[in-house]
Design a protein around this ligand. Structure first.
Ligand code: SAM
Length: 314
């Protein structure tokens, strides 16, 4: 198989990928912003918008790593239990979602904000209709509301302890207290029962997996019938001008930034090369279908620099 442009044995690839993410974990967020000029936040917003989760949705975010990071820390009450799971402070009263201030985080983080907003809006409407409360009275009631997620939960699963550790620390600092669990696990052999989740997401993770077909089969296995697979990944640029600029930026600028900011040229060179080795939009679509998913579609974002693939377990 390949590790960037290098040819390596399948056994070697896993270890090398592990080293890359162990090495980049601390600077990953700042590098993510630099490499994508901050656009990865919009791409992640769009993924959430496509998912449009409801209160009660059970999400598995694979290769979630440290993407819970980034942006300003919000002042929130901290209350972390021994398992390291977190309860979202129930102080937010407006609905966060794509384009609002929840854009400084990751899939799991955005998911929690999104469903919290959905849940509160639904409950507030019901309260107002049933009890004839004013909006001020409802807002006050929600200051103390405990179950702000309507039963939703997100499990972040990553193979790298270091990436998980940093993601968890950042979630703690932001006051996420419930609805979030961190699990060490391999996308190729997920530590979950069959038919467990409503949605499976993997953002910028699948190209690092050694056996992509195996990871796709696992995604299919853990989803409930009717569940949805969503993958955000770098893809093939479909505009010649953008393609030339993109090549220049990725091969000439990103490894230099990696060296200057993180003192790690090689890891960033791998990240760039691994993007080029990833199958095209159409090829990846076929792989998803081969894993058993139906109604598989994809949407190119930013001239195909990234694509969101979607499929259903029916
Ligand atoms: N999802 C995050 C984001 O969008 O910014 C992080 C993506 S980061 C580029 C890739 C992540 O994939 C790393 O955290 C790495 O540890 C994880 N990873 C690589 N191989 C994996 C595997 N086989 N199973 C689970 N996670 C894996």
């Amino acid at each position: 198989t390949h590790f960037g442009f290098e040819t390596v044995s399948e056994e070697e690839k896993g270890g090398k990928v592990y080293q890359v993410f162990e090495s980049v974990a601390k600077n990953y967020d700042v590098m993510n912003d630099m490499m994508s000029l901050g656009i990865h936040r919009i791409w992640k917003d769009l993924l959430l918008w496509k998912m449009h989760p409801f209160p009660g949705t059970q999400l598995l975010d694979v290769a979630g790593g440290t993407d819970i990071a980034g942006g300003r820390e919000r002042k929130r009450e901290r209350n972390i239990d021994v398992k390291g799971t977190h309860r979202v402070a129930a102080t937010r009263t407006t609905q966060p979602g794509p384009g609002t201030n929840c854009n400084q985080g990751d899939i799991a983080f955005r998911f929690l904000n999104y469903v919290q907003g959905q849940h509160q809006i639904k409950q507030k409407r019901q309260l107002r209709a049933q009890q004839n409360l004013s909006w001020e009275e409802i807002a006050q009631k929600y200051q103390n509301e405990e179950d702000s997620l309507g039963g939703s939960q997100v499990m972040v699963c990553d193979i790298n302890k270091e990436m998980l550790k940093i993601g968890r620390q950042k979630a703690c600092a932001r006051g996420y207290k419930t609805g979030l669990a961190w699990i060490l696990g391999d996308a190729e052999e997920l530590p979950f029962d069959d038919d467990k989740f409503d949605v499976y997401t993997i953002a910028f993770g699948i190209r690092n997996v050694t056996h992509i077909d195996q990871a796709l089969q696992e995604a299919h296995r853990v989803l409930k019938p009717g569940g949805r697979f969503l993958c955000l990944e770098f893809s093939q640029v479909n505009n010649p001008l953008v393609s030339r600029l993109y090549d220049l930026y990725s091969f000439q600028v990103i490894p230099v930034l990696g060296e200057v900011i993180a003192g790690d040229w090689k890891s960033y060179q791998y990240l760039v090369e691994s993007i080029r080795q990833f199958p095209s939009q159409e090829e990846f679509k076929e792989m998803i279908e081969d894993a058993g998913f139906q109604k598989v579609t994809y949407e190119n974002l930013t001239s195909g620099i990234v694509a969101i693939h979607s499929g259903f377990k029916l």
